[in-house]
Write a protein that binds this ligand. Structure first.
Ligand SMILES: Cc1cc2nc3c(=O)[nH]c(=O)nc-3n(C[C@H](O)[C@H](O)[C@H](O)COP(=O)(O)OP(=O)(O)OC[C@H]3O[C@@H](n4cnc5c(N)ncnc54)[C@H](O)[C@@H]3O)c2cc1C
Length: 383
């Protein structure tokens, strides 16, 4: 986005990437459905980012609607899917979307230098690249990504280059990731891979609506991803974290009890299935989290249905995370993303320590930062 927006009459722009092709992570994102942004009003959009004050200006300069319009102008029409997530229109593959972006950037006279890894600065402050000549640049923008899915090139190796200039790099941690749960063997052998739909997860004062998927490792899914930053923060100081799972968010405890008691059926499992519309996996989960007496007493079971107590002990491998926390501390950059310790050098995207849940917010945040920085640089008075 930055390369697409920079004024190439004013700047000679060269885009370097250590991989042989650009946008590898963008393509990986496309594998699960390329969720480009989220359709909501601006206030709601901004509220999803942490810290939201850091992202507000960029998001206001280039909103979710601006992104959709811009994509449409480069022949990437989008549609609002279920839960207000925005995707490329049916039939447009992620590689075609990426190609449209690349073609657009190329049409702006931006040079591409691929398979060229930035390794730091020489004594004169020029940029150094592996197996390539040093480069003197007037302005450098780093957009080197986080530290997950290393195969895409976003391996976080760049962080060591910033030690010498004394930039505060916070340790990388997984966000939007799976968490470990110790499942009962019988439960997991039958229910591995099964979803829990239309549930609400509660963690302290936060709650998150969506779905979960049960895996051998534990739990994953958008309802959990949305809480991942806070859970990760608690795991920094505690060995485990408790979350509560509401399997019937549309009903209160009293409504559940009343409906159960009105049932003409006699078996608990049948009543849960037929009258309370809980599926086999939800019912098996209730069995795992309640003793025999609780399971047959709706006065006790209703409380568990609304609040299954789940203990999380760890996160999955960082390389499997959808995004990462950590990297460059936000107070290392000014309001225009300029590195305070390295004038004329800027950092944007996931290499800064901000967080957003899944739902298209990550790409939207990156696009908005690229747009906002390009606008600033286009307006900058240069000698
Ligand atoms: C499985 C998965 C699914 C996802 N799905 C979505 C989704 O549907 N919607 C959404 O909004 N987000 C999604 N994301 C997140 C999103 O893809 C990222 O947040 C986003 O790509 C970050 O953009 P970026 O430009 O900061 O960095 P990246 O896209 O990671 O790009 C960084 C680039 O820098 C290059 N690089 C790194 N180091 C060097 C170096 N030293 N020299 C030269 N080049 C270097 C890398 O090769 C890479 O091309 C997903 C992520 C994953 C892993």
């Amino acid at each position: 986005m930055l390369a697409a927006q920079l004024d190439t009459e004013k700047y000679q722009v060269t885009l370097y990437d250590k991989k042989k092709a650009v946008g590898r992570k963008f393509l990986v994102a496309g594998e699960g459905g390329l969720n480009l942004t989220f359709h909501s009003d601006l206030e709601e959009l901004i509220a999803q980012y942490f810290p939201s004050a850091f992202m507000t200006s960029s998001l206001m300069q280039f909103t979710n609607e601006d992104l959709r319009n811009w994509l449409n102008n480069i022949e990437v029409p989008t549609f609002v899917g279920s839960s207000n997530r925005v995707f490329p229109e049916a039939g447009l593959k992620p590689i075609e979307v990426l190609n449209k972006l690349v073609e657009h950037i190329q049409s702006k006279n931006v040079k591409f230098k691929l398979d060229t890894e930035w390794t730091g600065w020489n004594k004169k402050g020029h940029l150094c690249f592996k197996d390539s000549d040093d480069v003197e640049s007037d302005i450098t923008i780093f957009a080197l990504g986080g530290a997950s899915w290393k195969v895409t090139g976003s391996d976080g190796e760049w962080a060591k280059n910033f030690e010498e200039p004394g930039i505060n790099i916070l340790p990388f941690r997984a966000a939007n990731c799976a968490f470990a749960i110790e499942w009962n063997k019988n439960f997991i052998s039958t229910h591995e891979g099964k979803p829990l739909k239309n549930i609400v997860l509660k963690y302290k004062k936060q709650s998150s609506k969506g779905e979960l998927v049960i895996s051998k490792f534990g739990l994953e899914g958008n309802a959990l991803y949305a809480l991942s930053r806070s859970i990760q923060d608690e795991l920094l100081t505690k060995k485990s974290v408790s979350i509560k799972l509401d399997l019937k968010p549309t009903m209160t405890v009293s409504q559940i009890k009343a409906k159960y008691k009105k049932s003409k059926l006699t078996q608990v499992t049948d009543i849960l299935k037929e009258d309370l519309n809980l599926d086999r996996t939800a019912i098996a989960l209730l069995k795992q989290y309640s003793d025999k007496e609780t399971f047959v007493d709706i006065n006790l079971l209703a409380g568990i249905i609304k609040s299954v107590p789940i203990t999380i002990a760890a996160t999955d491998d960082i390389d499997k995370a959808i995004s990462t926390l950590g990297a460059i501390a936000l107070d290392e950059v000014d309001a225009n993303f300029q590195l305070k310790k390295i004038p004329h050098s800027y950092a944007i995207g996931e290499m800064l320590d901000w967080y957003a849940p899944t739902g298209g917010y990550l790409l939207q945040g990156c696009f908005s930062m690229g747009f906002a920085l390009a606008k600033h640089l286009n307006e900058l008075e240069v000698e």
